[in-house]
Design a binder for this molecule. Sequence first.
Ligand SMILES: Nc1nc2c(c(=O)[nH]1)N[C@H]1C(S)=C(S)[C@@H](COP(=O)(O)O)O[C@H]1N2
Ligand SMILES: [Mo]
Length: 309
Amino acid sequence: MLIKRPDDIAPSEITPEAIYRARRHFMQGAALGAAGLLLGNAEAEAAALAARPSPYRVSDDLTPLKDVTSYNNFYEFGVNKDDPAANAHTLRTRPWSVRIEGEVLKPRTFDIDSLMKLAPQEERIYRLRCVEGWSMVIPWIGYSLATLLKQVEPTGNAKFVEFVSLKDPQQMPGQRDDVLDWPYREGLRIDEAMHPLTLLTFGLYGQTLPNQNGAPVRIVVPWKYGFKSAKSIVAIRLVKEQPLTSWMQASPREYGFYSNVNPTVDHPRWSQAKERRIGEFFKRDTLMFNGYGEQVAKLYTGMDLRKYF
Ligand SMILES: Nc1nc2c(c(=O)[nH]1)N[C@H]1C(S)=C(S)[C@@H](COP(=O)(O)O)O[C@H]1N2
Ligand SMILES: [Mo]
């Protein structure tokens, strides 16, 4: 099955976002297996990821693909928002492997292509709220991290999960500056990591991840500030103690381990009550747990969220 492109649209006008929208429209009534065969755009086909829609889809308007791929935080490629799009082409995403190690009965190193095939991929539309006060709405593709963690059989000592991004200053020019302690390290408590919303992410907008968004594999934790969602990860470690993350190491007063989106707990240097959705003019109110309270609030029952910020 092929969708024909109307003759009056120049190929140059067909943006990846338009391809994505056409595919989604098509997918609503079509067999998933045909997903790769669309529009005759070779590049799009090569990068296309077949994914079934998941129930985890907010109905907010999507942030345009252009913004998702040109306004980024990825300090390995520079500290300005436009640096990752300009510089991340030096990242080599094949070969790539991810080690799952530490407090597990079955430690394993996955080649990225087998990791991608470990479970059916889903499309989920999540809000992403950066600690700096802006937000986006992105259709991500991946499967729950829990699916992977269950395969390696965590031991009873596995209380936390640490994510380690690539360290290679040859590929990541921003690592020649010590703005953070490299490699970028992040972490979650084991129950947060096992929560079905925590997504092992391989794509967005129907395609494999652009380098600037954390190719070839990243985490997305939608109820936490964006920096918890580590990009371009090479290791996942199950550990006994709360890991020291790069941001806590840099500024523990400003960046706590939990970093749940919370409009009532301000960053020491600015309010977190409102946010600017990229592409919108007026600010909107920030939602507790970024709007995911129904799913995740129970993880924090009895915790003082001012202390554990
Ligand atoms: N390795 C790594 N992961 C990272 C970052 C980073 O600098 N390095 N920035 C974080 C921050 S602050 C945010 S807001 C999100 C941005 O993800 P996006 O560019 O895909 O929107 O990535 C997070 N993951
Ligand atoms: Mo961020």
